[in-house]
Design a protein around this ligand. Structure first.
Ligand SMILES: NC(=O)C1=CN([C@@H]2O[C@H](COP(=O)(O)OP(=O)(O)OC[C@H]3O[C@@H](n4cnc5c(N)ncnc54)[C@H](O)[C@@H]3O)[C@@H](O)[C@H]2O)C=CC1
Ligand SMILES: O=C(CO)COP(=O)(O)O
Length: 345
């Protein structure tokens, strides 16, 4: 059970930050949630509800919320950053001078630094220094279900074993299993890529291409994840677990996914702008598709599904042209023979 000595600050009061902060508070750890929207923060702190992102779901009375970053971070033993990836760098910049010297930093954002394509652990290492314990929290987990207390499993990955265990300890509980590992690169890649691939299956479902097409895209999408993961030096088992396959299946099939819903709307003929406006929350794939392809180009890899998603998101091809392009590809072996060797080099 809880070890109340660990005080936690969660930064980012959107759906996922709120759900994780509520989970940790329910486990008995003193938890403060920082958000920039004063109305949302006041509602969480006083009415125990996030009416903008998790309407109607009661939050624990013990969860505190504030718009004052310094106050949120002061006295914290563990910092969990849950802003969208495009806001990760500026949040860490603001956090760096405020961080209590002993506090490690974990994050649950899924994506890369837009523009540079850097992994978030690379950004964190640069901005915090190499000695600060770091960890990634990722896996198949819709915020709404976690906030409702439905059973969930995810993974915490980082090189500092003691910190990884501390993060897993505050998350783990009767309705939540937190697994652990040390592969931040593979874990971050899986969380980022599944959002792009969810758009592809959403498009196919929006075009009513059938269940075979959906499953073909999921499986060939996993193949794209495994090949890029081998190139960047991630471990294959990371991508075959919660951070990869697990989150890919959830996001490609579950209509709670915003990335899947973007794909559904595109497949039904909507524009990216209209679909994103209607979803009204962060849709990470819009930027991540560019960064996945930048990474693939760097390693000279062909990722046809991810590439088609990028081109559809840019309006360079229609969903129908994307489908035609994928179906016209040459016949080939299912797996390159050397697929799993890259990770062992
Ligand atoms: N919602 C979910 O089910 C899950 C989300 N994630 C990831 O968590 C991250 C956050 O997503 P959500 O909470 O779902 O997004 P959301 O759209 O529900 O909320 C976004 C939050 O970020 C805040 N924000 C935006 N720009 C900011 C900035 N510059 N500085 C500070 N705060 C800023 C907004 O005010 C809002 O509170 C994303 O990377 C997402 O992929 C991961 C797992 C599950
Ligand atoms: O990451 C998620 C589930 O694990 C949430 O997916 P969406 O961002 O597509 O809603």
């Amino acid at each position: 059970m809880a070890t109340p000595a660990v005080a936690v600050a969660v930064l980012g009061a959107g759906s996922w930050g709120t759900a994780l902060a509520a989970l940790i508070a329910r486990h008995g750890f003193p938890t403060t949630l920082w958000g920039r929207d004063a109305a949302v923060v006041a509602a969480i702190d006083q009415r125990h509800e996030n009416p903008r992102y998790l309407p109607g779901i009661p939050l624990p009375d013990s969860l505190r919320a504030t718009t004052d970053l310094a106050a949120a971070v002061r006295g914290a033993d563990l910092l969990l950053v849950v802003v969208p990836s495009h806001a990760f760098t500026e949040t860490l910049r603001a956090l760096a001078p405020l961080r209590p010297p002993h506090a490690g930093v974990a994050w649950a954002a899924k994506g890369f630094e837009p523009g540079s394509g850097r992994f978030l652990h690379e950004v964190a290492t640069e901005l915090l220094g190499g000695d600060v314990p770091l960890a990634v929290v990722t896996g198949p987990s819709f915020a709404k279900e976690v906030a409702q207390g439905l059973p969930t499993a995810l993974t915490v990955q980082g090189e500092n074993t003691a910190f990884v265990q501390q993060v897993a300890c505050v998350l783990h509980g009767p309705e939540f299993r937190a697994y652990t590992g040390s592969d931040m690169r593979g874990a971050e890649l899986g969380g980022a890529m599944k959002n792009v691939l969810a758009v592809a299956t959403g498009v196919a479902d929006g075009m009513e291409l059938g269940l075979n097409a959906r499953t073909g895209l999921i499986t060939r999408g996993l193949n794209e994840m495994l090949r890029l993961n081998a190139a960047i030096g991630g471990r294959p088992e990371t991508l075959m677990g919660l951070a990869g396959l697990g989150d890919l299946v959830l996001t490609c099939t579950g209509d709670l996914s915003r990335n899947r819903r973007l794909g559904l709307a595109l497949g039904r003929g909507k524009t990216v702008e209209d679909a994103v406006r209607e979803i009204g929350q962060v849709v990470e794939s819009v930027q991540t598709a560019d960064e996945v392809m930048r990474l693939a180009d760097r390693y000279g890899l062909e990722l046809p599904i991810s590439e088609s998603v990028r081109d559809v998101l840019h309006g360079d091809i229609t969903p129908a042209e994307g489908l035609a392009r994928l179906m016209a590809r040459e016949r080939k072996a299912e797996y390159p023979e050397a697929l799993f060797q890259g990770a062992q080099d």
